[in-house]
Design a protein around this ligand. Sequence first.
Ligand code: B12
Ligand code: SF4
Length: 505
Amino acid sequence: MKGMYGVKVLFYYRGRESLGVEYLSAVLKQAGHTVRLIFDPGLDNNFYWKNDLLRRLHMEEEMFGLAEEFQPDLLAFSSTTNEYPFVLKVAAELKKRLPVPVIVGGIHPTSVPEFVISNPLVDMICIGEGESAILELLDRMSNQRDYGDVRNIWVKKPNGDVERNELRNLIEDLDSLPFPDKDIFYQFGVFKGLMQVMTGRGCPFSCSYCHNNVCRRMYRGRGKYVRRRSPGNVIKELKLYKEKYPVTGVSFQDDLFLMDREWIEEFYSMYVTEVNLPFSCNAFPTRMDEKVVSMLKEMGCRNLFVGIDSGNEELRNSVLNRKTPIDEIKKNMAIVRKYGIPIELSAVFCFPGETPEQMWETIDLVDELGPSAVQSHILFPFPGTDVYRKCIKTGMIDEETVELIKRGEGSIVGESLLKHPYKDLAYVLAKLMAVYVKLPKFLKPLFRRLMTEKAKPVANAVFLLTIPFLFPWQGMERIRELILMVLKSRKYYSHQRSTGISGGS
Ligand code: B12
Ligand code: SF4
């Protein structure tokens, strides 16, 4: 373990790029530790479809063989709630082969720490931001020092007791972080030309179904929750990517990119002159004005993602905790349309107490706002959120379902786990809404009549077949990425098998 390579950490991730893993890898490599990723394209099971035949395209044995050969000191997993079942499956397989501790970080252990640490496969969890925590953990491991009291990390002792260490403060200066280690995913073809970037962390809102709802509460008193990198620091990162990768565009993944007018103004002039790439970003419907929208246009915004969630104001206020007056939504979306920026809206169905009329109100509002694409989902109450509590209180989820949710079963795109009288209708509306808003006006009344519970057996197939047309910005790019990911991962594992590895980076 000790020596010139520091500690050897093996990460596992599946299906897509993770900025979280990239940030952790960057800080660890900077400190002299050795990091390797085993990547699973996850094409066989990705919420939208499940097809065991596609598993044959993966090189699972080679992936595990590579892990064994690497002989890591630590197995590291990053987990959202829906990724948790996959994390456990792979952790079980790796633990059979490698007698080293398993650590799980990410939003799932952050949301349900007691549940995750109680799993026999899990030795440690990381709650909240991981950079300083994993660095301290590895430095201690590397020096063979006790690591039972590292802040943000809960450690299971040999007798089963858990050291529940307190949280450290939030990282104040995000510019102090190294740029994410994108190479670790790029070698697997996980992304091509679209660069995922985060210019900040946190969100000023606290919608009842969102991770910010959990994290803001957890971090109270531990530093400024909403933080942003300096514009210059972000530009430097983007320029680096332009040199290293065949960049075609940027996908700003910040919870809300349009938060602070001054920051945007400063960023705008630098971006236009020094980067000048098409991009997509997220915005809150009531947090924009004409000046900001005009800057977005000049910067090359090709997709503005805006959460509408429900067309019913009462639901937005009382259940979603999103105070978004309808007039303001309409006014702002009209400005975005005026500047010709494509709008991607999001909607969610199946809130506690939501009626079919309210669901249709959502469709009508979204339709009226003239989006170029729509993402619509079924409510999946992520653990720890206010809406999760509300679902328990209103009987929409019972004890058994709580257990399923904590295990990561179900998702926002699959069959709903909720006890909701209109969940079948919600499923159909969620699947067909994106098609509906794209139809010519004269076809809408007819299609509307087909959007009933009876369409459930075909709704998902219709959705999947129409994705490339419904999501012009990301649909085709994602399909290309999926193919590349499988091909490049196979090539990577075959190459490693034929050459053999040691160490790694
Ligand atoms: C970018 C993004 C995406 C990207 C890719 C995400 C990915 N890699 O899987 C896209 C757009 C594809 C996407 C898709 C989805 N997403 Co998303 N997404 C995000 C977003 C906005 C940013 C994630 C991010 O990069 N954060 C920045 C990094 C630095 O933070 P991080 O990943 O949390 O990692 C830090 C810590 O958690 C910790 N950590 C993380 N892992 C580990 C591991 C170890 C060992 C340690 C020590 C520490 C550690 O250290 C990291 C650095 O500080 C988040 C919201 C958010 N702001 O986090 C939602 C979020 C993760 N997504 C969410 C959801 C629901 C989805 C979808 C299911 C939605 C859909 N449309 O289908 C899918 C499926 C995702 C999945 N894999 O399960 C939820 C997850 C909620 C939950 N409880 O699971 C979030 C939290 C938003 C929300 N609604 O609350 N998403
Ligand atoms: S505005 Fe978006 S990111 Fe912010 S709390 Fe609400 S849903 Fe979450």
